[in-house]
Write a protein that binds this ligand. Sequence first.
Ligand code: B3K
Ligand code: ZN
Length: 873
Amino acid sequence: MADQAFIQPTAKYRSDYQSPDFTITDLDLVFDLYDTATRVVANSKVIRLNEAATSLELDGDSLTLVRLQINGNDWQDYLEQDGKLLINNLPAQFDLLIETEINPEANTALEGLYKSGGAFCTQCEAEGFRRITYYQDRPDVLARFTTKVIADKAQYPFLLSNGNRIDGGELEGGRHWVQWQDPFPKPSYLFALVAGDFDVLRDSYKTVSGRDVALEIFVDKGNLDRAEYAMTSLINSMKWDEERFGLEYDLDIYMIVAVDFFNMGAMENKGLNVFNSKFVLANSKTATDTDYQGIEAVIGHEYFHNWTGNRVTCRDWFQLSLKEGLTVFRDQEFSSDLGSRPVNRINNVRIMRGPQFAEDRGPMAHPIRPEKVIEMNNFYTLTVYEKGSEVIRMMHTLLGEKNFQAGMKLYFERHDGTAATCDDFVAAMEDASGISLETFRRWYSQSGTPVVEVATQYLAEQKRYRVTVKQHTPATPDQAEKQPLHIPFDIELYDSKGGVIALEMDGKPVHSVLDVTEAEQVFEFENVGEAPVISMLREFSAPVVLKYDYTDEELIFLMVHARNEFARWDAGQILLAKYIKANVARSQQGEQFELPESVIDAFRGVLLDETLDPAFIAEMLTLPSENEVAGWYDIVDVDAINKVLSNVTTTLSNAMTDEFSAMYHSLNQGEYSIDHEAMAKRALRNTCLAYLAYTEQGDALVAKQYAESDNMTDTIAAMAAANDAQLPCRAVQMADFSEKWTHDGLVMDKWFVLQGKNPAENALANVRETMKHTAFDLKNPNRTRSLVASFCANNPVRFHAKDGSGYQFLTEILKALNTSNPQVASRLIEPFLKYRQYDEQRQALMRTELESLSQLDNLAKDLYEKVQKALDL
Ligand code: B3K
Ligand code: ZN
């Protein structure tokens, strides 16, 4: 075992990339699985690429080296140090055998080979393979893998790995083995192994060229009735990728295994996806509509990685957005093509404007292609994923679907079977379309959220409309100087009747997407017969903050007349934002809350508009989150924001009680189903309930819905309404639910979330009490996120209690997780990183906590990187 003393973590820089000195063409693995002492024999065919190199450097972590041979002979000329194995005096080509011993049971970090419940499973991205064997654990070394898995047959009847099953047999002592071969060369991060006892849901898919693919979903025994939606989503994904992207699956089998202990959502290992059970298991009794949508999106996402990620992978981890941004774009398009495009867009934009913009304002701000990394796992961020997807979407907007697909085709022609860069992707888009993306490339290297300020002027005599667009990106801690970006700026002009005014310049029609590329640009449109109302940043055509002085009348007009639903929603959001800001200021001055009748009427109009999709109406009536509002301020007043948002809710609720009530009752549905129409109705009905909870009838109505509900969506909606409004029926519901579902952690997570978000004054004491619940387990990331993260990240008033009790609580949890699971700790620490955005007293309290963490002598790299940056050390 290597020396465990604290080694100062070091950073890696994108600019330091060097291609590997050696490559591995074939890797033959044998796993002899035992809980505490698994033996791994790795046989590699190694070829030297750099003639000058004689030493091979391999990565390793928490390994015991048992045997090292070159070409069948024991090899002594090596050095094991600081997580590296340096093998010296090597020939140009050789067979390397390495045997290591590992302890899966002690692996609570859930990276490498570990045990989830009774099963063995792996997670290797980004750098987990080095916890299995010494290897060139970097994505630009692509090898053909053969994997033999040996284990006890009774306990582990299923032995799985990547590719196709090629052989198997029985052994003495009740053990058996299976051998797998993956014909596609892949980097180590895509390796997977699973051994366990499962129920299997089987189906098949005939690809567009007529090949049959076996589909298998492995779930814990007894959960078969919760796997069907995942299977449907998988089949839909395979079909969609053929139809929209012309991409077909390439192996004879596709397997998905659901496990309970998993650090993130899922993992796209070639042919053998490992999933957090949260994104597989669902039936109407246990899952909400949001859960179903999550399953569809994540199943799609991992499936789409087979081409964007696996067939073409990343050259180095700085290029992560090459596969993640692109695959998020693909999964968003999948969900939008299958469900409601506007509702999907709205939810994606909420994530951008809330948590992604917040990331840009914090100490970890980074471009979608980071320049400097200490712990790679810290860069699986909303910036790399969601903003990365926005960057792909902007290219799609600039090129159009046809050119974009031509770019995809060229990208695969050029890079299939290799490890590529973000630049390679952009070059393929450019070459296929003939459109220059030179300035556009800055989106890859520039961090922060650009601000676009617009001024307009109507020149009545000339019938011209002048739109002045200025852009600037505020400095971020990682980058002081910013350049203008290429911003696709989608606009539309309306006349007073709501008709669209065609855009014309120099006597010619112009496209609605303006190319904003400079710090300041003026666009002047001709033949504009009257002062128009302008709709801007339609479809959120770029991930920027838009500043424009809209009047209430213009916004109310756009809420009704804008041609696309997203623009109508956005107008509603801007209108709400105006009054939320005004009232926060009033509240800080000790003045009364005010919301004009005209604003209330605008929302009433939306609720009563029968032409609109109920799911869309529900979005229109959903206020921005406390966290999103917090992002509008340099110094956040958590209490004022909370008070104002509550006031908006109760004001709308009081003013529109009759309408909410009528709508609620009219949406009473019959048979439960999970098609879009039924989900949309539930969404609106439950939005009405959330408002009605604040009226006199609230308690009775919520209690009735809980009692009568035959599905988890309506059950949780009732409980959330009771929780938010602190209704008397809350206590009964919480007790009843906990009793009913204690045995099922995944369902209990919903209850833990409500405990975490409980607005009650004693919320923290409740959370501490809840940690003693039999279903709670700090070692399970889903449980921890549900309870602890929802308290710390989504219950701002209680977490930011002035006495610092919330902060102390988070530090306790972080200290515990620092040793058991640093990846989860690193996600939970996020609220502390924003400490500079609070008043002095809170800043000081949070700083103290960060300092106490920085003093830990075993601080994990994951936390080290964030704490250092937050404290600006
Ligand atoms: N590629 C994985 C994420 C791996 C995270 C490593 N800390 C899942 C996904 O994005 O599809
Ligand atoms: Zn992904």
